[in-house]
Design a protein around this ligand. Structure first.
Ligand code: ZN
Ligand code: ZN
Length: 238
């Protein structure tokens, strides 16, 4: 067993709200500087920069998982993580089919930039990825699992785009093994009756490079692989 520092929620320039400085390469470099061992890229409803991020992270000696921050039909954000690119892309295709057929208004929402691991721009996504899908919060965990992945609600303590704010409570029937909280989460949140015993992790949800935190939370794994990290989360962070 060894301890690995992790943060599993961050955005690249493919997210319209993500800084254009958040290239896959720069993001991976910042994760390495911060002392993170295991990270994940979770752009809004899209996985198009995951390949570049995984390759860049590998060069820096960081293990990166491909992921996505799914927006459910209820506008709750859900982090979805996958063991590999193939699984993430399969999930990405499912999600793309469940997005409204709207074009991104880049002047209002920001560009959705696809890049390679060497800071070259490959193009822009013109489908609007930052909106709500037709996937309900009750469907998300099963849909991610059908692609070999894991889903759990993001920043549940936040007043918007969160499961608690938008659905009102933690319902075990949603099938989530854990919750994510932000660094500003009130200390007494998990005294709520519906959250008793719910395992949780924190995440930076970085949209800018200076929001990547120094190492502060850890997972103990027999080996540093995507599957071992996902299993640790599935077991309720054990
Ligand atoms: Zn979010
Ligand atoms: Zn996010």
């Amino acid at each position: 067993m060894a301890r690995y520092a992790f943060d599993l929620h961050m955005h690249s320039c493919l997210s319209p709200c993500g800084s254009e400085d958040n290239t896959p390469n720069s993001l991976a470099g910042m994760c390495a500087l911060a002392g993170l061992d295991i990270v994940a890229l979770t752009d809004h409803n899209a996985v198009g920069n995951c390949g570049a991020f995984l390759r860049a992270a590998e060069r820096y000696g960081v293990l990166a998982l491909p992921g996505m921050e799914l927006t459910t039909a209820e506008e709750a954000h859900v982090v979805c993580l996958f063991p590999g690119l193939e699984e993430a892309r399969a999930f990405g295709a499912l999600v793309k089919d469940r997005l409204p057929p709207l074009k991104n208004k880049r002047d209002i929402y920001g560009p959705q930039i696809l890049m390679d691991e060497d800071d070259n721009v490959l193009g822009e996504e013109d489908l609007f990825y930052a909106g709500a899908t037709t996937i309900s919060a009750y469907e998300a965990a099963g849909l991610a699992a059908s692609c070999g992945g894991l889903a759990y609600p993001a920043h549940i303590d936040r007043p918007s785009f969160s499961l608690l704010a938008n659905l009102g409570l933690w319902d075990p029937d949603m099938g989530f093994a854990l919750a994510e909280i932000s660094k500003n989460c009130p200390a007494d949140l998990f005294r709520r009756p519906d959250l008793q015993g719910v395992p949780h992790i924190t995440a930076c949800d970085a949209h800018y490079l200076d929001q990547i935190p120094d190492a502060h939370q850890y997972m103990d794994l027999p080996r540093r692989t995507p599957q071992a990290a996902l299993d640790w989360l599935r077991r309720g962070c054990r």
